[in-house]
Write a protein that binds this ligand. Sequence first.
Ligand SMILES: [Zn+2]
Length: 132
Amino acid sequence: MRVNITEYLTIDLDKELWECRVCAQSLGNARDNYKRGLLVCDRKLSEVHPHLLDPEKYEYTFCPDPNFTALIEYYCPSCGTMVETEYTVPGHPLVHDIELDIDDLKKKAAQWGEPGQAEIPEWNMPKSGHSH
Ligand SMILES: [Zn+2]
């Protein structure tokens, strides 16, 4: 059984593995940090936040100072989908942002069923025919 965790991450509860939702690539133990299974890019800040003022003339240019800020991007090693980004401080270890109780998740997922199998509430059903 699989449960969707984020837009790009799912967990295979039977194998207890993180997976990419786009290509189903295994990303490692679901009880560990999923980022360990992803490619990491320490992005150059000026590529994302270009200097709005001339850095030769001004100390502050609206581009974050790389001495205090790091932009880390995480990509699926199989399909290249950007799975996550985080702003942190240079040299900081991987931020462990999702830590789930897998045993409890298995109990809840057994009640939910596979994604896409949930019943659509009547109030959310499309109305038949045109009303205008
Ligand atoms: Zn992928």
